[in-house]
Design a protein around this ligand. Structure first.
Ligand code: NAD
Length: 327
């Protein structure tokens, strides 16, 4: 299978390094910046395409790793060309764009898969499976935290709120998908957020923090804390309480090896390469191209975006309770 990667930045490189470990999968890269395409091709042994149309003509599946505000244009063109398409999260920054991609996928019959990699993190999957199997009884409250340093991205697009949507669209969407997957239908959102400058490491970033509660149809209340104001590095936690127990997860407590020196903190994980969540996610996409069964549906990707958008709306209105619009 030949997979066309659109966007040779941070995630494009991560995805290419995982496809490179799969037997029978080749990659072709396209980036608006030809120097980045060439450097990417050298690094991963990939071919390059001169245009999007050239990429579509040479590939049997497309993987969109562009800044979020550019997902819709590239994914729509790929779906209209009949290509099974994986799109990095969040699927699109508006529900209308999500609906447009879902309609294009229905019209062409091409598979559309949002890349919700958290479902392939072993501990997050295990927590989901245990809750679904009744290990904590009836879930009452789930608290999730996710955050680290503020990302920049090519040309600083993450720091441009109009392009990335800040933590509520870019970061919290991971947790909203995990919650929807685990708890069902989200009803109402209350969110407070702060945006202010931070000058960690001498660079000025727009720091961004949000605290959101989401009420679920079954009565469970979720609390989602999202931050780009944590200079200590990336960390996720879960704390899920129910009628019969509690599940706790802290990504800093797992068997990950951490090495601290003057130069900073380096981590090495003890997973086999095939346990890597990005590898497993992309392997599931490659398998889905054959089976036609998406591992995460486009509708689920749109529901996660719907919760992010309700949270943004609530935060804009001083924490007013805001219903989640069905996509
Ligand atoms: N799942 C995760 O863990 C995770 C982590 C980081 C980012 N992301 C998501 O991945 C996506 C990409 O983020 P990133 O960190 O790789 O960004 P990035 O800025 O590192 O890379 C974007 C690339 O796209 C290229 N590009 C820009 N406009 C283009 C165009 N019109 N046509 C072709 N190429 C173009 C840029 O030159 C750059 O190489 C975003 O949606 C982001 O939210 C997901």
């Amino acid at each position: 299978m030949r997979v066309g990667i659109v966007g040779c930045g941070g995630m494009g490189n991560v995805h290419a390094s995982k496809y490179a470990q799969m037997a029978g999968v080749e990659t072709v890269a396209f980036d608006v910046d030809p120097d980045r395409s060439r450097a990417f091709a050298d690094r991963h042994g990939a071919q390059t395409a001169a245009t999007l149309d050239d990429l579509f003509a040479r590939c049997s599946a497309i993987d969109v790793c562009l800044p979020t505000d550019l997902h819709h244009g590239a994914a729509l063109a790929a779906l209209q060309a009949g290509k099974p398409t994986l799109v990095e999260k969040p699927l699109c920054p508006t529900l209308d764009e999500c609906r447009s991609l879902m309609a294009a996928a229905r019209a062409s019959g091409a598979l559309l898969v949002p890349a919700h990699v958290v479902r392939w993190f072993p501990e997050h999957r295990a927590a989901h499976d245990r809750i679904e199997a009744g290990a904590i009884g009836r879930p009452a409250s789930v608290r999730l935290r996710r955050g680290g340093k503020a990302p920049t991205g090519t040309g600083g697009w993450f720091q441009d709120f109009a392009r990335s949507g800040g933590v509520l669209l870019d970061l919290a969407v991971h947790d909203f998908d995990w919650l929807n997957w685990t708890l069902g239908r989200p009803l109402t959102v209350v969110s407070r957020s702060v945006r202010q400058g931070s000058q960690i490491a001498g660079a000025e970033f727009v720091g961004d923090y949000a605290l959101t509660t989401v009420s679920y149809e079954g009565g469970c209340v979720a609390h989602v804390e999202s931050t780009w104001l944590d200079p200590s590095g990336f960390r996720t936690t879960i704390d899920a309480a129910g009628s019969e127990g509690l599940i706790e997860l802290d990504s800093r407590d797992n068997p990950t090896l951490r090495i601290h020196t003057d130069g900073g903190t380096r981590t090495e994980n003890t997973y086999a390469p095939t346990d890597d969540p990005y590898y497993r996610q992309l392997q599931a996409f490659v398998e889905a191209v054959d089976s036609g069964q998406p591992p995460v549906t486009a509708e689920e990707g749109a529901w996660a975006v719907a919760v992010s958008l309700a949270a943004l709306e609530s935060a804009r209105n001083d924490g007013a309770p805001t219903p989640v619009e069905a996509p």
